[in-house]
Ligand binder design. Structure first.
Ligand code: SF4
Length: 337
């Protein structure tokens, strides 16, 4: 992947997605009533995504980032919290109204092969959402499919072939065309390039960036790979055990990471520059159970900088830089003057 600096900063625009205190707890198996334990997958997450912005969401497996993406789209119901999309509170919508809004909010998954029905030709797979939502039929449907294939860099002849005849990168292009077919304004990309080789990853990221520029798309880009975010995101949220521990612009995150967890993730992230100074921070052990998250700071059991208050006192979210805002959930962080 290229070490090109992140995308040029975009002008401030109105929020498209507003998330307030989003919580998703999954009941565990066993136990009854009040004795039943819960997995605290997402535990009070708030953020805003502006129109045309790409917000990155990064963290280890088990941090809750995928649950945020799916709860936000209401593919799973939140336990509590509010999500507003284009000013409309999703929790207040009837199922019919939510269905009508669905085309505007799409998702692209990690495994393009599993996302495509092997029995449908590529043309049928792309046409399916258009048919389901009654957006096109007959010759117009055919024209749309060819135009979408062209938009994602595939020939019109791909229409009559089947997913297994394509490489992983081409299959992800087909999934992108399918997501674009219903003219969304917001797409959740859930580890959308993680299964691809580095060179193919870069091509698909370029395509997603071009689509965002040309069509004004807004992305929530979920990944465990900070290098991927460096090349596509405007801002980044770092998640650990169901909470956002740092939020910053890409530049702030890479030049002055404020949270020890972010520093450890960056340290584990191979730099594309072999001559770059390397001062690794070790991150011991696995992410703890989200059924019984550690007391105080949730990161204290693995933090290389843990000190006296961390195991017992919950840290505040410090605004370490005002403009652009940079927030860090840690006792060591200090509010900007
Ligand atoms: Fe580490 Fe303490 Fe900061 Fe948590 S609050 S990240 S344990 S220094």
């Amino acid at each position: 992947m290229s070490d090109a600096p992140g995308p040029a900063p975009r002008a401030e625009s109105a929020p498209l997605v507003e998330v307030e205190h989003l919580v998703k707890h999954f009941p565990t198996r066993g136990g009854w009533g009040k004795n039943r334990e819960v997995v605290r997958a997402v535990d009070g997450v708030s953020f805003t995504i502006r129109r045309g912005e790409t917000l990155g969401l990064v963290g280890e497996s088990g941090s809750g980032k995928t649950t945020v993406g799916r709860t936000l789209l209401r593919l799973i119901e939140p336990t509590s919290g509010r999500v507003r999309f284009d000013g409309v509170e999703l929790g207040s919508l009837t199922s019919g109204a939510l269905r009508r809004l669905r085309p505007r909010m799409q998702i692209i998954f990690q495994d393009p092969y599993a996302s495509l029905n092997p029995r449908l030709s590529v043309g049928e797979a792309i046409a399916e959402p258009l048919r389901v939502h009654g957006l096109a039929r007959g010759p117009e449907l055919e024209r749309n499919v060819v135009s979408l294939l062209d938009r994602v860099g595939l020939p019109s002849s791909a229409r009559d072939r089947y997913p297994h005849e394509f490489s992983g990168g081409q299959r992800q292009r087909i999934c992108i065309a399918r997501a674009l077919s219903v003219k969304p304004s917001f797409i959740v990309c859930d580890e959308a390039v993680s299964a691809l080789d580095l060179s193919i990853q870069a091509q698909v990221l370029n395509l997603l960036r071009d689509l965002s520029d040309d069509l004004g798309l807004t992305y929530l880009f979920i990944t465990h790979n900070l290098n991927v975010l460096r090349s596509i995101a405007d801002r980044v949220l770092v998640m650990y055990l169901g909470q956002v521990v740092e939020s910053a612009t890409v530049e702030q995150l890479f030049s002055a990471p404020g949270h020890p967890y972010t520093r450890a993730l960056l340290s584990a992230n191979p730099s594309p520059d072999p001559l770059a100074a390397f001062d690794p921070v070790s991150l011991e052990g696995e992410i703890p159970s989200a059924v019984h998250p550690p007391s105080g700071c949730r990161f204290h059991t693995r933090c290389p900088e843990v000190f006296e208050p961390c195991p017992t006192i919950i840290p505040s979210n410090h605004l370490v830089n005002r403009e652009p805002p940079h927030r860090v959930l840690c006792h060591l962080a200090e509010d900007a003057a």
